[in-house]
Design a protein around this ligand. Structure first.
Ligand code: FES
Length: 110
């Protein structure tokens, strides 16, 4: 495996769809606001080798707002700024998953 460029790389869905779309979108559930907050807080905390990026649709729209963080590839669905703080401190700083916010593995019908 090649050496990692970032220790942690988070992709936050900031996809927007028109109101009433059958799949909804992460922006309508706060995805863009939460990405901006996560980026700002990660910088303020001085998290080393951590990158927070916006992303297009991650195709788990109904479960959003979605964030996936590599290299583990763990998926989170934070609902508010307090959830983002918990992910930053517990997962990115302390290395422990925030189980209550983790999205389940892919279902058979996905
Ligand atoms: S709109 Fe966010 S996962 Fe599809």
């Amino acid at each position: 495996m090649p050496e990692l460029y970032y220790d942690h790389h988070a992709f936050c869905c900031t996809n927007r769809r028109p109101d009433g779309h059958e799949r909804g979108c992460c922006v309508s559930k706060g995805g863009e606001r939460l990405r901006n907050y996560m980026k700002k807080r990660a910088k303020e905390m001085g998290l080393p080798s951590t990158r927070i990026n916006g992303a297009g649709c991650l195709d788990r729209c109904e479960m959003g707002p979605c964030i996936v963080i590599y290299p583990e590839g763990v998926w989170y669905a934070p609902q508010n700024e307090a959830d983002i703080d918990e992910i930053l401190v517990t997962y990115l700083q302390q290395g422990k998953r925030v189980e209550r916010l983790v999205l389940p593995p892919r279902a058979a019908d996905e």
